[in-house]
Ligand binder design. Structure first.
Ligand code: APR
Ligand code: PHB
Length: 392
């Protein structure tokens, strides 16, 4: 097989890139290791920055998102049994965020891709990227029991954190930076109306809790739990009691309880791979970086990488100009490090440190108090949460 851009991975990064390239008249092929059903069922995050919504609109993939997405005007911070609203439009010159599940984005992109898009092969597992330094890099992959090759002008490594693209960087050409956090999140999806209109980030002595949602009838909730936690140790009643305790305030507020449809534990890690390009291989999304979910940046970063990549490839295709592609890694990494910093700050400010002392606890409260007392500090949070400007 031969194509202009070989895309490894059919998650949000790979699928969005395929749509943007298709619209620009650039041919591509997407290789996805899993089945369509698996990819469409996977529970992931769901908070979209304005720039992410714009990118999906630009790709012609925002029709259902515009109908069903829940526009949010801010978030709530809870600590010391108080609630504080952070008003995004007032603090950022009118910006909002949108709740729309990543799985729904994937479904929308897959439907478009299968209707009129370039080929999307399921159960096509990339084994290796070969000759990334040459003019025609090759992706070796397994499909329908046979080993095959895809020869490309460019390869986009959109294969997530556990993909193979990163392995094609020869020793000495890349460096990675990683940090593991000493806690995990137990995430549940519950068939019950959200207990309020906003996301609630709660910090308490018993640990962090997050109230989010998927629709007017489905809530998404998270609890900080120790690393190594088995979800089976958390029967539904224990989850609801713990959530109620962590969200408790002095004043009127009730947590809505309902049937829990799924439960899973996620570890928390920051990871950045530098650079994001080697020869004609370009990494995008989780393949190049992951962040802890507290800042809701994972999906948004993947989308901003893809935007830069699609623009770089489109400019090359139309004018022969490689300038943007040459700066791809540098442009993306500036934003990646800022999002990593923001996610790390939010994570450390809101989680109970397993080995933390009374001083650490006071520092967290002082940080939260500063945000709720100073418009300037609140604006800093709101600006980062709603999304820093795109580099191009
Ligand atoms: N060959 C083909 N496909 C692969 C391979 C491989 N060797 N390895 C992994 N994949 C596929 C995975 O099955 C997955 O569908 O690549 C896809 C990567 O998708 P994601 O992990 O969703 O990563 P990305 O598209 O970068 O999306 C960004 O935002 O909310 C965050 O982490 C969350 O997934 C999310 C991310
Ligand atoms: C989610 O809705 O799943 C979600 C929202 C905000 C976060 C993390 C996850 O910070």
């Amino acid at each position: 097989m031969r194509t202009t851009v070989g895309i490894i991975g059919g998650g949000p990064a790979g699928l969005l890139l395929a749509r943007l390239l298709h619209r620009a008249g650039i041919d591509c092929v997407v290789l996805e290791a899993r089945t369509r059903e698996y990819v469409e069922q996977r529970q992931r995050a769901g908070m979209l920055e304005q720039g992410t919504v714009d990118a999906l609109r630009e790709a012609g993939a925002a029709e259902r998102l515009e109908r069903e997405g829940l526009v949010h005007q801010g978030i709530e911070l809870r600590f010391e049994r108080e609630r504080h609203h952070i008003d995004f439009p007032a603090l950022t010159g009118g910006r909002t965020v949108t709740i729309y599940a990543q799985t729904e984005i994937v479904k929308d992109l897959v439907a478009l891709q299968l209707a009129d898009g370039p080929p999307l092969l399921y159960e096509a597992e990339a084994l290796a990227v070969e000759k990334p330094e040459s003019a025609t890099p090759v992706v070796r992959f397994r499909h329908e029991g046979r080993e095959r090759t895809l020869t490309c002008d460019w390869v986009a490594g959109c294969d997530g954190y556990h993909g193979v693209s990163r392995d094609a960087f020869p020793a000495g050409t890349a460096r990675s930076y990683a940090h593991d956090y000493p806690y995990s999140w137990l995430g549940v999806l519950a068939e019950v109306a959200p207990s309020g209109d906003e996301l609630i980030y709660a910090r308490g002595e018993r640990g962090f809790a997050l109230h989010s949602m998927r629709s007017p009838t489905v809530s998404r909730l998270y609890l900080q739990v120790p690393n190594g936690t088995d979800p089976d140790d958390w029967p539904d009643d224990r989850i609801w009691d713990e959530l109620a305790a962590r969200f408790a305030i002095d004043g009127d507020w009730t947590l809505h309880r309902g049937p829990i449809m799924s439960k899973s534990v996620t570890t928390m890690r920051s990871y950045v791979h530098e650079p994001m390009r080697h020869g004609r291989l370009l990494l995008a999304g989780d393949a190049a970086h992951i962040v802890p979910p507290t800042g809701a940046k994972g999906l948004n970063l993947a989308v901003s990488d893809v935007r830069v990549l699609a623009r770089g490839l489109t400019r090359l295709h139309r004018t022969g100009d490689t300038q943007l592609l040459d700066r791809y890694s540098e442009l993306c990494l500036q934003r990646v490090w800022q999002a990593t910093r923001f996610s790390d700050d939010m994570t450390k400010m809101l989680h109970a440190q397993p080995d933390g002392d009374a001083f650490d606890h006071r520092m967290q409260l002082a940080r939260l108090r500063r945000i709720t007392a100073s418009r300037h500090a609140a604006a800093e949070l709101a600006t980062n949460y709603a999304g820093l400007p795109l580099p191009v």
